[in-house]
Design a protein. Structure first.
Length: 435
């Protein structure tokens, strides 16, 4: 029997132009696995309807006959089809309040939910993600925000020639613009008051690596966290930037006075550790956050840390926080709300707690776009689809009427099944407390 795969129209945001399966991979799946594709029409999708029709896909509203329905972002509760098998980023595993109605509806309508975020290998490492693409877009937007903020302060720099990621036709055009800004920094230098200009990266995973891919197009020198103070004692160059990458041992320290840092102990018992990161804040011009965080762990930067930074006699060096992970009031507590590419930044005033759109005003410019990869939709979709396509046949061909124990899916995918036949699966029954 021919299996049908549905591709939803993204309707969470007018900026969401990504697709989970690109036309060329749909063609490969049709040829090699006999899958048929049904694609909902969309005016904003980066790959056009004609590109899907060219590979033999049907373009129509109705996806009810599909054996599995793929999307990028969440499905509005009112549009959830009964008895459907859905695959998308659900944003429910932390009990996110804003998606509990959707999760409840999936249960009530007897749906299967497979969450990309929980597709992992045997060691718990995520396999399907947009991390590097988020880093690319987040760094481009952060550099743009820095240029805008400095210009508002009366400090024009080569950064003010940069634009947001979505304003470039493709990633290569954006990279070229960053390189050109870097050449101007080499030739002209930066204002004395900005030297040394230090950009800190919290984390070293895919998000951070993507951000560093863009940053490394600029002239820079690496600095270890413990060398930051000495950098300000010497003669720093205005013709280069300084990059510092913070790992766990730089971010936290044991609470016990004689205890030594142990990475596995920190993961297993984060309550035995506290943040040591505020000591680095006075040296940074920009902070780029790419760490995973949940409530068990110390925050990278609290509102009190930001207030202490701004309570001094002089304006702090820190201008911009690019919170690429975008956990509202999470590891960066002064990230007080998510934004979209059309209005991506706001100024958070640590002394008043107020946040206002744009770059003007006292405080920190916060970039908090929670759909950053959508600003590079073609590159992001091509990568994501190339990884996902190997799992699509098994998902489409599975028998979702079988008992969960007998559900025949690759283990990487089965670990990501959150709802099944009207119930939370064993691994996710803790979510009952949030419903």
């Amino acid at each position: 029997m021919t299996r049908r795969v549905g591709i939803r129209r993204e309707d969470k945001s007018i900026w969401e132009r990504r697709v989970p399966i690109v036309p060329q991979d749909a063609a490969w799946l049709k040829k090699n696995h006999g899958l048929e594709f049904v694609v909902q029409p969309s005016d904003i999708r980066v790959f056009k309807e004609a590109e899907y029709e060219a590979i033999g896909a049907m373009v129509q509203e109705d996806l009810s006959a599909c054996d599995a329905i793929f999307a990028v972002k969440e499905v509005p509760p009112k549009l959830i089809l009964p008895n459907a098998a859905y695959v998308f980023f659900a944003h429910v595993i932390k009990g996110q309040t804003y998606n509990m109605e959707m999760l409840q509806t999936l249960l009530e309508r007897n749906c299967t939910l497979i969450d990309y975020e929980k597709v992992t290998d045997a060691n718990g490492r995520r396999l399907i993600f947009f991390g590097r693409q988020a880093g690319w877009a987040g760094m481009l937007d952060s550099l743009w925000a820095l240029g805008q903020r400095l210009e508002w302060e009366g400090l024009p720099t080569p950064f003010n020639t940069l634009r947001q990621a979505h304003d470039y036709p493709d990633l290569e055009s954006a990279r070229q613009a960053v390189k050109e800004a870097g050449e101007r920094i080499r030739a002209e230098g930066l204002p004395h008051s900005l030297t040394p200009l230090v950009v800190g990266f919290a984390g070293y995973g895919n998000v951070s690596q993507g951000a560093q891919d863009i940053f490394d197009l600029l002239p820079f020198e690496d600095v270890a966290p413990e060398q930051l103070a000495a950098l300000f004692d010497g003669e720093a160059s205005p013709h280069t930037l300084y990059k510092v990458v913070f790992k766990e041992q730089h971010i936290v320290e044991p609470v016990g006075p004689d205890a030594a840092f142990k990475l596995q102990e920190y993961y297993d018992h984060p309550e035995a550790y506290r943040s040591r990161f505020p000591a680095y804040l006075p040296y940074l011009t920009m902070l780029v956050n790419g760490i995973y965080w949940d409530t068990r762990y110390p925050r990278l930067m609290t509102k009190d840390d930001a207030r202490a930074l701004f309570n001094g006699p002089e304006r702090p060096r820190l201008r911009v926080i690019g919170d690429i992970t975008c956990d509202v009031e999470g590891s960066i507590q002064c990230n007080v709300r998510c934004t979209e590419p059309g209005n991506p930044i706001y100024v958070y005033n640590p002394l008043t707690g107020a946040a206002q759109d744009g770059v003007a005003g006292d405080g920190l410019v916060v970039l908090a776009v929670d759909i950053l990869p959508s600003e590079l939709p073609r590159e992001a979709s091509l990568y994501f689809s190339s990884v996902l396509k190997d799992y699509v046949p098994a998902i489409a061909q599975a028998d979702y009427t079988a008992p969960f124990e007998a559900l025949d899916l690759p283990p990487e995918i089965k670990r990501a099944v959150i709802t099944y036949q009207g119930e939370l699966t064993p691994q996710y029954q803790y979510l009952e407390d949030y419903l």
